[in-house]
Write a protein that binds this ligand. Structure first.
Ligand SMILES: CC(C)(COP(=O)(O)OP(=O)(O)OC[C@H]1O[C@@H](n2cnc3c(N)ncnc32)[C@H](O)[C@@H]1OP(=O)(O)O)[C@@H](O)C(=O)NCCC(=O)NCCS
Length: 423
């Protein structure tokens, strides 16, 4: 990579790949900015429970250090990452980050130059990125304006999505810029699996899965009777159901319904990234013991703060049970589960191609029209079978101000006097 030279108020800067030694300087710049509420870094974005997020960012991304050529100290970092928001491993969306130390933070021109380099690196890296996304707090006016000037367009606004020191909870924008006029070709399945098996080796992932405790909801199991009389028990998944549950996920993805074909390409990834990180709650028909559907609930990837506990869910109704209006009812079940699990806001997404889910959402909000808002889209975030590159439509729903959203236990109890047709 050619070393790039930039000037900031007489300081000459050079850019190169970051080394392992740069990691602590990068962490310091990020934590100082977070504490000072500067440079678009959230106060709890990379700290405490989210420390893992910073580790992931620094280890799985391309990190470039910007050094003072005289003193050889790191003054800024540029990061180009496979986007955390994309719902495919084989992503065409790059997340860009620019972090500056306090000497450079008031220098807008240097931000412009660093951003231009970030765009250039995302294009030059042979990773197939065709769009770039930048996540920016609405209060970081200067950054927003400079992104706009570089051709980034706001595609989503997450209410209260980030917490900036000295400001408090603040809206967060996703801004996107196209990097290439061509559509990204997908990598072959063999190539993808070769790379993924290195990061998620089957035996090691299996051992970790077996040795770990799955997240569970302590208020389950509970009986629930759907409006059509179908009686189910809602329960935490059993550890040995991992393969079965992955098959349900895969079969929806293979049908091109709701999930990307490369979203979770192997069982090892499913165990590590989904089952160890999500509450997996299964709806089991009492009369037959068949699984009717399930939901996977976790913290939302679209939030940059732990405050307000944003939750997201992935819903499945098995093929043989679809078309009976269970989906729209299950959406309310998910919200009640989220509430009882301590989440305050649902911040979720649905693929634009997923007509059934969109219809379910529409019909489930007939009674409460203000239930959720669609707050934007992530373009080209996911590749759906039979459809191609697809957009993720983001929905936001603050159920603290909606008293009709009950805890699940209460909701389930209220259904018990419904007609039980299948018992
Ligand atoms: C999405 C899903 C949960 C909906 O559950 P369901 O039990 O099938 O839902 P419903 O019976 O309430 O039907 C949903 C709506 O889709 C409509 N629908 C049915 N078949 C459809 C089709 N082929 N194309 C478009 N819409 C269709 C129904 O008419 C209904 O709309 P309405 O309420 O306005 O009449 C279920 O289909 C599913 O698990 N799909 C695969 C995984 C998935 O997409 N999960 C959601 C990810 S965000």
């Amino acid at each position: 990579m050619p070393r790039q030279c930039l000037l900031s108020h007489g300081i000459q800067l050079s850019v190169d790949y970051a080394t392992d030694e740069d990691q602590s300087a990068c962490r310091n710049i990020i934590s100082d900015s977070a504490a000072a509420g500067k440079d678009n870094v959230g106060i709890d974005e990379f700290s405490d429970g989210m420390a893992n997020r910073l580790d992931l960012l620094l280890t799985l991304s391309q990190v470039f250090a910007v050094r003072d050529t005289k003193t050889n100290t790191s003054k800024a970092f540029i990061i180009v990452a496979s986007s955390l928001y994309a719902r495919t491993i084989d992503t065409c969306l790059a997340s860009l980050f620019v972090f500056r130390d306090k000497d450079l933070q008031s220098d807008g021109d240097i931000f412009d130059q660093l951003l231009q380099l970030a765009i250039y690196f995302a294009q030059a890296l042979d990773l197939g990125y065709t769009s770039a996304i930048y996540s920016v707090a609405a209060c970081a006016h200067d950054v927003v304006q400079r992104l706009r000037r570089q051709g980034f367009i706001r595609v989503a606004t997450i209410p209260c999505g980030v917490r900036i020191a000295g400001v408090g909870l603040c809206d967060n924008f996703f801004m996107v810029k196209s990097l290439s006029p061509t559509t990204r070709p997908r990598r072959s399945v063999d190539e993808l699996h070769r790379d993924l098996d290195k990061v998620y080796p089957h035996d090691q992932c299996y051992e970790t899965y077996q040795a770990s405790v799955l997240p569970t909801a302590d208020f389950l199991p509970a009986k629930y009777i759907f409006a059509n009389g179908l009686a189910v028990v809602c329960r935490n998944m059993k550890k040995q159901e991992d393969g079965l549950i992955y098959e349900i996920w895969k079969s929806a993805a293979a049908e091109g319904l709701g999930y990307g074909i490369d979203e979770i390409p192997t069982l090892s990834i499913f165990r590590m990234e989904i089952l160890l990180d999500h509450y997996c709650i299964v709806f089991e028909e009492i009369a037959t013991g068949n699984i009717v559907g399930l939901t996977l609930i976790t913290s939302s990837c679209y939030s940059r703060t732990k405050e307000n506990r944003f939750g997201e869910s992935s819903l499945f109704i098995k093929k043989e049970f679809r078309g009976q209006k269970l989906g729209s009812e299950a959406i309310w079940i998910e919200l009640a589960l989220m509430k009882q699990l301590g989440f305050k806001v649902s911040l979720n997404d649905t693929l634009a191609s997923n007509h059934r889910m969109m219809a379910s959402m529409q019909s489930s909000r007939v009674k409460y029209p203000s239930a959720w808002l669609f707050v934007g889209v992530i373009p080209d975030g996911c590749y759906a079978e039979g459809y191609g590159w697809d957009d993720q439509v983001i929905s936001w729903f603050d159920f603290q101000s909606h008293p009709h959203i009950k805890n699940f236990t209460e909701l389930a109890d209220e259904t018990l006097n419904r007609t039980i047709s299948k018992l």
